[in-house]
Write a protein that binds this ligand. Structure first.
Ligand code: HPA
Length: 235
């Protein structure tokens, strides 16, 4: 096992979906994967491996925020040889042209996290971006499945609750679609260790209007997003 994942060598597939919530990982494994088995319960951050359309796929909870997601992405790639990671999560919409339940693929991720400032000694504002191949495939899969998917930049924030909503407005003026809490770290770590990464999100709440999805609505749109992610990761 690695420091935070209790899997034996070979128990994790090269292709991994990463929801923040470990119970979502369980739900994805039970709902979609054939012969799914749980390979890790360490810290309750569940991980499963099964098959989607005959291809081995794992689903690993990442927890909330970049410090937690970084640990799982780092160990999956460096200790278990994972090659492709797709985060499936929720986000808050920053722009009025987005609606609750919309699906978003994050082409790039701005961040207020200090992690990359430390990496680059504060000398470079590194731009974490999605893997182009995964993003292109996700766009094709969404079109084939008849699901409208917005593609654009997002914000990965360290704090869920902010005292500076004005910064969200400024970012929206610069085309940033939504805020979540993990993508910048995922994209950076995948780039550093030569894996491929993508973030696909559904809008669970609207920062401008204050609207929120019900849990039944979240479940339904979560399914659409997971179906895009699964078909993308096996392509
Ligand atoms: N902020 C940060 N992350 C989120 C949000 C939000 O409003 N909604 C869902 N994930």
């Amino acid at each position: 096992m690695s420091t935070h994942i209790g899997a034996k060598p070979g128990e994790i597939a090269e292709r991994v979906l990463m929801p923040g919530d470990p119970l979502r990982a369980k739900w994805i494994a039970e709902t979609y994967l054939e012969d799914a088995t749980c390979y890790s319960t360490v810290r309750g951050m569940l991980g499963f491996t099964g098959r989607w359309k005959g291809v081995d796929v794992s689903v690993q909870g990442s927890g909330m925020g970049m410090p937690s997601a970084s640990i799982y992405a780092h160990e999956l790639i460096n200790e278990y040889g994972v090659k492709s990671l797709i985060r499936v999560g929720s986000c808050g919409a920053l722009r009025e042209d987005l609606q609750l339940r919309d699906v978003i693929a994050a082409i790039g991720s701005s961040t207020d996290s200090n992690m990359n400032r430390m990496r680059f000694d504060g000398l470079i504002d590194y731009a974490p971006v999605a893997d182009f191949g995964l993003l292109r495939t996700a766009v094709e899969v969404a079109e084939r499945q008849g699901i409208t998917m917005h593609v654009g930049p997002i914000l990965a924030a360290d704090a869920f609750y902010t005292d500076r909503p004005d910064l969200y407005d400024t970012l929206a003026d610069y085309g940033v679609l939504a805020v979540e809490m993990e993508s910048a770290a995922l994209y950076t770590i995948a780039a550093r260790y030569k894996a491929r990464a993508l973030t696909v999100l559904t809008v669970s709440d609207h920062i401008k209007t204050g609207e929120k999805t019900t849990s039944a609505e979240r479940e339904q749109t979560f399914s659409q997003m997971v179906e895009i992610a699964l078909d993308t990761i096996i392509a």
